[in-house]
Structure formats: structure tokens, C-alpha cells
Ligand binder design. Sequence first.
Ligand SMILES: NC(=O)C[C@H](N)C(=O)O
Length: 337
Amino acid sequence: REAAAPARLAKVVILATGGTIAGAGADAASSATYQAAKVPVEKLVAGIPELKNLAEVRGEQVFQIASESFTNEHLLQLGRRVAELSASADVDGIVITHGTDTLEETAFFLNLVIRSDKPVVVVGSMRPGTALSADGALNLYDAVAVAASSDARGKGVLVTMNDEIHSGRDVSKAVNIRPDAFRSPWGPLGMVVEGKPYWFRLPAKRHTLNSEFDIARIQSLAPVEIAYGYGNVSDTAYKAFAAAGAKAIIHAGTGNGSVSNRVVPGLQALRAQGVHIVRSSRVDGGGFVLRNAEQPDDKYDWVAAHDLNPQKARILAAVALTTTSDSRELQRIFWEY
Ligand SMILES: NC(=O)C[C@H](N)C(=O)O
């Protein structure tokens, strides 16, 4: 019998954007005090020789920033590069190294606008590589394992952190400092163990190839801001955002996305001026906002963000408003994505 030809290693591109996974501290005990976005991608890759058993890897430095400084322009530039690479026959999967603070926003954005079924995996770390028990190397190893795996195709943009594989739509940073920082309210999709992904569930919402949005058709994102709900709140921030040109304001509401009676008239007036009001919830670990519960959305022509947290609601509204300014369309999109 002839021996089977050895399987070709997948080709994976690592797009590096900075964050703690590229961070460096003064000594090994500095796990929380360090500078993010210091180490270049070549060094990150060279630090994990085991990557070459998983894939043919090459790195590309896109930015070198902490993720709290990401702007819409960074999202668009990164998205265009991911689209280009995913269209190339020479690329099987893409990994994006990213700071963890806004990782959930970038992952959701790419999940909405990248028209490809090739694996795109966003990864970060909670400790810099210089720290004791640094988590970045294993997280990156897991990300490359997932990006190289044909099983990961068509599952939308994914996030690997702390051995788990999450949907980029669902996942968010739930705690800081600790390496178990990322949670999905509906659970992770799977796990990576010793460089092999294991899957347990699939995303139910529209994404990537099944999305109506396409990075190729987006010149700029709509200006969308977030205002926080709390006791003794006023409508000052909402009005200021609208005056500065916001097309939609995400209300990071208390509980069910409730709105203080001190703020309701101001938001009605802003809607009458054309600004969209999207009610989300500030609760951590799984908000759930229903239309016409707490506030009469039909009457006020407001939108319910359903289970999307305020920062994810901002991303969806900023993308959706590039194709529609109709509130019913906006609401449909909030149910479907
Ligand atoms: N753990 C991290 O990556 C935090 C860092 N501030 C960032 O988001 O870039």
C-alpha cells in the first residue's frame, strides 16, 4: 500500500494590532503594571516555535496600539485588510492579536462585515509576555490552531481566550486582571486542548457570508455614541452627543434597558429631530431588552438592542446606519444579528 501524502499545513496570517498580548513589564511580578503594544509580531511568533507544527504562519504588523484607543478608522482599515487576505487563495485562516479592552467590539464588527467563511480568530491576553504565568502564548497558539482548522470555517469570527472558543458576537470582557476574563452569555462554542479545537455549539445569528453588510461597501461608519443610565441621571450627555452629530445614541440603560423619567422627554425630542434611540442594558453577564417592555418603543419610535451590550449595540448601529435610516429596519437588524 502507498503511504498517504502528508496533509498540507494550513497557511495562517497573524495580523498584529498591539494590546497586552504585545505588552512588556519591568519584571516577572508585574502582571498588571506594564506597557501594552510594545512587542512586534515577529517576536511574538518567534517566541512560540510550536506554531510551526500547526500551520505555516506569517505575521503582519497592522497597528501597535492599546485597544482602548481603537477608532472607527482602525476598524475599517483592519476590516479591509482581513477582507483582502481572506479573498486570497494563499490564505486559509487569519488571526488578529488585539488588546482585550475593545476586542469584543472588533470581533463583532468583523463578524458583521467580512464576507468569507475562512476562519478569522481574534485573540488577546490578560498578562504581558514578561509576567509569571503569562497567558498570551497559549492563547495565540490556540488561535492559530483554530484558524488552521477546516472545522472553524463558516462559524463567524471567533475569539480564543483561556482555552475557550467564543463567538465574536457573543463574547465580552467580564472581569479584568484575571485570565478568565471573557464570557459569552450563551456559553462558549468550544474549547482548544493541546492544539486541537473541540466544538459543542453553533452561532444562531447572521454573520459573515450570511450578513447583508460588506466591508467593501462601507466608506465610513455612522457616528453613534453611548450614554449611561444611573440614579439621578440627566439628559445632558444625550443632548451633547446629538449636538455633536450622533446619528444614534445607545442608552446603556438600567435593568431591562429602563429609562429615567428625567430623561424620557429629552430622548423623545431627540428622536423627533431624527436621532435614533437604542435601548440596551448596562447589566453585566447578559442583558435582555425587549421591545415595549419598560418603555413604549412603538409609540416613541425607539429600538431595542435585545441581548447586545451597549458597546456591541454601538457597533451594530454604526454598521446598520450605513445602509438604512429607517427605525423599523434598524429593529429588524437588531433581532437578526
Ligand atoms: N489586556 C489588555 O489587552 C488591555 C489593554 N489595555 C488593551 O486593551 O490593549
